[in-house]
Design a binder for this molecule. Structure first.
Ligand code: MN
Length: 415
């Protein structure tokens, strides 16, 4: 028997050669001996349980993409545009599948558990949306029990806000419990202290590759020319701080303390088989948002799982999102605001129609009224030491599954 190669990924592995997500890694501290200089960051492509040093493999194979892949960040690849994205992916696919390249490629593989993963791109602007009708309805019922659950604008435009790009952190980064003001309706005055309603929002993030011209909107049809890929995103939210501060200008310190993203970006090209139509619209949308005649469906069938301390608490279905990523891109540029390489936008909390499909503890516990049972006790909101992990998969070609890289984070006490 020939020795098993790391490139012989088991059938059914969601990180097979049909997937090939991109990240940035280093090997210091794991593979290196004590006292080593920290090793440089480089672009990695995940294949099974290994990471391919893409730049080193490209150089060894004499590829024209050696310079683009030999970087410490994905930004130059993101900026290279859609044709380059397609060509690089074709090359990588050949490298990990063609037996003629095997020996060369194997020399540049590292076991996943022997590398450190880093934030793979420099985040430019960060925007977060509010695109699940089920989530928006639940939140409306909780925060505005006497009013309409959905605001009058909700089905006319994708509601969003600008967040804090500097506190977008890679999966695995601890999250410090934020302090801030809160004031329950029954409190006579606001109090200051650690948030007592720290929550998650299970979301999907999108990263922009190709910039756009200031003053020129990006139409729906140009989505794939600008957006490189997607990933899981956890929009940590302090509900008590948020509830007191958000009127009238929206989310601020209840959100800006941390946003976690997966270390792996899945290129949109890997998700062709996961395209689905969004839910039916109640009425025709304004032309710049109207996707009824689009060439292809704008939704993505991503099956998300939310776990706390290893225990599953929800399975939010991304296919149920009312607004698509293409509509969100069209809306956030319709006023002429330009895109930059590295812009990230979040879908908004993903919640389906069922209780077990809700992507936040706010909804799962109905703002703390109904505690959920974990094996280590009841939870309404997060406690110090809790670890939250989002995982997901999507239908791939020929019955395969495309895995999304997890996003995980542990809550540590306020400082
Ligand atoms: Mn959010």
């Amino acid at each position: 028997m020939p020795q098993q190669s790391p490139l012989d990924v088991p059938e059914g592995d969601p990180f097979g050669p049909h997937n090939l997500p991109y990240g940035v890694f280093s090997t210091a501290g794991a593979a290196g001996a004590a006292g080593d200089e920290p090793e440089r960051r480089r672009i990695g492509v995940r294949i099974g349980a290994h990471v391919l040093d893409a730049g080193a493999a490209a150089a060894a194979l004499g590829s024209p993409y050696a310079a683009l892949l030999g970087q410490s960040s994905l930004n130059p690849l993101l900026a290279a545009g859609r044709t380059a994205w397609r060509d690089v992916r074709r090359a990588l696919t050949a490298w990990v599948t063609d037996p003629g390249h095997r020996e060369t490629v194997e020399a540049h593989l590292f076991p996943l558990d022997a590398v450190t993963l880093h934030l793979p791109y420099e985040v430019a602007d960060y925007v977060d949306f509010y695109a699940s009708e089920h989530h928006a309805t639940n939140v409306g019922r909780i925060f505005r029990p006497d009013g309409e659950a959905l605001t009058p604008n909700w089905k006319h435009l994708p509601i969003g806000y600008h967040g804090r790009s500097g506190t977008v952190v890679v999966s695995g980064t601890d999250v410090v419990r934020p302090c801030g003001q809160r004031k329950a309706p029954s409190d006579p005055a606001p109090v200051f202290g650690p948030s007592v309603k720290l929550d998650i929002e299970a979301e999907v993030g999108f990263v922009v590759g190709t910039p756009s011209e200031h003053g020129r909107p990006v139409p729906l049809a140009d989505f794939e020319d600008h957006v490189f890929g997607l990933f899981l995103l956890n929009d940590w939210s302090a509900r008590d701080i948020q509830a007191w501060e958000y009127v009238p200008l929206g989310p601020f310190l209840g959100k800006s303390f941390a946003t976690s993203v997966s270390a792996w970006v899945t290129p949109l090209e890997a998700l062709e088989a996961a395209r689905v139509a969004p839910p039916a619209r109640d009425f025709p949308l304004l032309p710049y948002l109207d996707d009824a005649e689009a060439d292809r469906p704008g939704g993505f069938d991503l099956r998300i799982t939310v776990s706390i301390n290893g225990q599953e608490v929800a399975q939010p279905p991304f296919a149920t999102m009312y607004w698509t990523a293409a509509q969100q891109l069209a809306h956030m540029t319709v006023n002429g605001a330009s895109l930059r390489t590295g812009d990230v936008y979040g879908s908004g909390t993903v919640s389906g129609p069922e209780v077990g499909q809700r992507g936040s503890l706010l909804e799962l516990t109905w703002n703390g009224r109904d505690a959920i049972e974990l094996s280590d006790g009841k939870r309404t909101f997060l406690e110090d030491g809790d670890t939250v992990t989002l995982t997901a998969w999507a239908p791939g070609p020929q019955g395969t599954r495309v895995g999304l890289g997890e996003v995980t984070g542990r809550i540590v006490g306020s400082r």
